[in-house]
Unconditional design. Structure first.
Length: 74
């Protein structure tokens, strides 16, 4: 498997994952104040929405790379 086909396959996998999981959840920790031995912190659950367009573009680019690599091999 050549380098372009491998990159194309990785783009196909990444694109399908982006289409399957359209929201990425993560926690952010923020220190409000720190006074001597007293500390106050706040945790927030944040969401990063990923549009299906990113997944579709990644999958299309992966297919183009795989087809282009196979045409060069012929």
């Amino acid at each position: 498997m050549k380098k372009e086909s491998l990159i194309g396959l990785m783009l196909l996998v990444a694109g399908s994952l982006l289409l399957a999981y359209q929201v990425y959840h993560f926690a952010a920790h923020e220190s409000i104040f720190d006074l001597a031995s007293i500390r106050a912190a706040q945790e927030a659950q944040l969401r990063l929405p990923l549009t299906p367009l990113f997944g579709a573009v990644a999958m299309f680019a992966g297919v183009v790379l795989i087809v282009r690599d196979r045409d060069r091999a012929s």
